[in-house]
Design a protein. Structure first.
Length: 432
């Protein structure tokens, strides 16, 4: 097989003969000249054919080329000022490699259920391609930031024996003779142990929540990056989140301009993501919400509506910290000056995107943690190893989890999480 020239490299091949292989985006013909737009995953290019240069059969094949069929085009690269990539292909021959009769996704409006049903084909659309690239850049930026900052990646298990977050959203599976295993809701408990070995660590992988919720912000399988740092308190934790989120936003803005353009994203929104982010206590947040007429009692977690109200009119994310103990997970450290609250924070993205990060300082006292495990009715025997961390050289430590899909949705301007991952898993969808 002759290796084709990637479309992304055509601009540096002006005047050279090339073979381009890819999928047909569209075909338009005036009778004398035909314009075939081909994409290959690295970009798209217009190939111009002249009727006079082709035999009848080839011209027929060309003008009947089907949307998303695969083709090989031979021709010469010519500079062209009107082209978004600066060149087009002056083509002299065409081979159809595979047809694509009645490609299901046409350039018209399709309903979301139809698109999700055809996700394997929908992925080829420009908007979906842009989103996958923005997601990829976001992941890379996160890893680069953490590695430049001295973190070591420690992968944590997906099959686990202890509940990480809350019993209500567990996926369970039978595990040989050992009883029930759970799909990880978080890698946190394990990265905490790794922080005692390596200092600054993170895990980054899929996590699972049996969320019986059909909102645009919930998936049952989502990716989370979870940094964990020894000798860092809750304030330091927020500083770290702020630095990471600003780094990632700047990188995506710098490297994904074209894809953000495809998404119709207002670039000024991303340029505004610079330190510092405001920090507001949960207690203050509730007071503000009550003043604004929201129905909320001190003690309950903030809902999506509350989060949207708190960030309204803001151009940057907002930290809300020190939530009530009873609204949060068992492992968070009690506030010495107000034991009804814990040393934790959520980071709320603006424009109604809501919580993208949940973080906290961890309870590092053996007795207090054991008491919390008992209070929550969690199976004590499963947490022996986690409690050991407080028995053998306990240390203050903090960390957080940033939801990748929520972050990608916010950065790209996508309205719903289902577009930000190749194959979204939701309460009502497990295929394709
Ligand atoms: O706030 P959460 O539940 O925190 C934890 O899991 C901690 N163990 C993290 C840590 O401290 N290491 O989840 C963290 C983030 C949320 O802020 C949100 O961005 C995302 O994970 N998230 C979801 N994303 C999509 N679908 C869901 N069902 C999600 N649940 C949480
Ligand atoms: Mg949370």
């Amino acid at each position: 097989m002759t290796a084709p020239t990637p479309i992304s490299e055509l601009a540096s091949r002006t005047g050279s003969p090339v073979v381009v292989k890819g999928w047909v985006r569209r075909i338009r013909s005036s009778g004398r000249i035909a314009f075939l737009v081909v994409r290959d995953g690295t970009g798209e290019v217009q190939c111009v054919f002249s009727r006079a240069d082709l035999d009848d059969a080839t011209w027929q094949t060309l003008t009947a080329a089907e949307h998303e069929s695969t083709v090989a085009v031979t021709g010469e690269v010519c500079a062209d000022k009107r082209s978004p990539i600066g060149v087009e292909v002056s083509a002299n021959s065409l081979r159809v490699l595979s047809g694509s009769p009645e490609f299901p996704i046409q350039p018209k409006e399709h309903g979301i259920d139809f698109l999700l049903e055809h996700r394997h084909l929908w992925l080829r659309s420009p908007r979906q391609v842009a989103l996958m690239r923005i997601r990829d850049e976001t992941m890379r930026a996160i890893r680069d930031f953490l590695h430049e900052d001295g973190f070591t990646c420690v992968d944590t298990p997906i099959l686990t024996g202890a509940i990480g977050e809350s019993a209500g959203t567990l996926f369970e599976t039978e595990y040989f003779d050992l009883g029930t295993a759970y799909l990880a809701q978080t890698g946190q408990l394990y990265v905490e142990t790794a922080a005692a070995a390596l200092g600054k660590v993170y895990c980054f992988g899929p996590t699972f929540r049996a969320e019986k919720s059909k909102t645009r912000r919930h998936l049952t399988e989502f990716w989370m990056v979870e940094p964990e740092v020894a000798w860092m308190d809750s304030d330091g934790n927020m500083d770290l989140q702020e630095r990471m989120v600003c780094y990632v936003a700047a990188r995506v803005l710098d490297r994904c301009q074209a894809d953000l353009g495809t998404m119709g994203r207002d670039l000024d929104r991303l340029a505004a993501i610079v330190p510092p982010f405001n920090r507001m206590s949960y207690t203050d947040a509730v007071a503000r919400l009550q003043e604004a007429g929201h129905e909320i009692e001190w003690g309950s977690d903030l809902g999506a509506g509350h989060e949207a109200a708190l960030t309204e009119g803001r151009s940057k994310p907002l930290f809300v910290h020190d939530y009530p103990k009873r609204a949060k997970a068992f492992y968070m450290k009690e506030n010495p000056d107000n034991p009804a609250t814990v040393k934790c924070n959520d980071l709320l993205a603006p424009e109604g995107y809501g919580e993208i990060i949940g973080g906290s300082q961890r309870e590092d006292d053996y007795d207090r943690l054991l008491a919390r495990i008992r209070e929550e009715g969690l199976p004590e025997e499963s947490y022996g190893w986690y409690l050991d961390l407080r028995k053998y050289g306990t240390f203050p430590h903090s960390g957080f989890g940033l939801g990748l899909e929520r972050t990608v949705a916010w950065l790209s301007g996508a309205q719903h999480l289902r577009e930000t991952i190749a194959y979204p898993r939701m309460m009502t969808r497990i295929t394709p």
